[in-house]
Ligand binder design. Structure first.
Ligand code: GRF
Length: 188
């Protein structure tokens, strides 16, 4: 059985979708959700499926080894970032080399980097009058949105679509593809 942890900072709709998808999977067990945000909606969402959440602060993540130690003690094999806002420290990246994946709501390398998250991305895409956008699933390295790309899928934008409408299309793409891509990574 592969043990997977999901990191999320906010709403957690992708985290919930992933938890639901793997609930009956006999090879993948989502043992924990980890969050930096004690108010995150993801906590209630995970609880609905009896997945416990661990909350940590900046010190525990960057200066102390609390989070790394939990991952090691819990024998986590794989980490999924689903709307997780903090840069993952080098010590975790090294320990879990090519075992940490993130989803980004645009076609990287476009619209990536620090400050490019959530609605900021969709607003920038809309303002630039792009004719398409999409999602990128990638390995995580020590820089925002720069690890090796695993999967991308694009979607057309029709003239004058606002950020909210783009966000809706992106979420649909994420829900459909993120769990399947994770599952394939385990199969390899
Ligand atoms: C998603 O669009 C994801 O691509 C990005 O953050 C958003 C999180 O949304 N990394 P949710 O918390 O899963 O609803």
């Amino acid at each position: 059985m592969n043990r997977m942890a999901v990191f999320a900072s906010g709403n957690g709709s992708n985290a919930e979708n992933i938890i639901r998808y793997f609930k009956t999977n006999t090879h993948v067990n989502i043992t924990h959700v980890l969050t930096n945000n004690p108010e995150a909606k993801v906590i209630e969402k995970a609880a609905k499926y009896d997945v416990p959440t661990i909350v940590f602060n900046r010190n525990e993540f960057y200066k102390e080894d609390k989070v790394l130690n939990i991952l090691l003690e819990e024998q986590i094999d794989f980490i999924v970032l689903a709307g997780f806002m903090w840069l993952v420290p080098q010590k975790i990246i090294q320990q879990f080399f090519q075992k940490v994946v993130n989803i980004h709501p645009a076609l990287l390398p476009k619209y990536g980097g620090k400050g490019m998250y959530g609605d900021f991305v969709h607003k920038a895409v809309s303002e630039a009058q792009e004719t398409e956008t999409g999602i990128t699933i990638h390995y995580v390295n020590e820089k925002y949105d720069e690890g090796d790309i695993i999967f991308q899928k694009s979607v057309k934008i029709v003239g004058g679509e606002d950020p909210a409408s783009i966000a809706q299309k992106i979420h649909a793409l994420e829900y459909e593809n993120f769990p399947k891509v994770i599952e394939k990574l385990f199969a390899n």
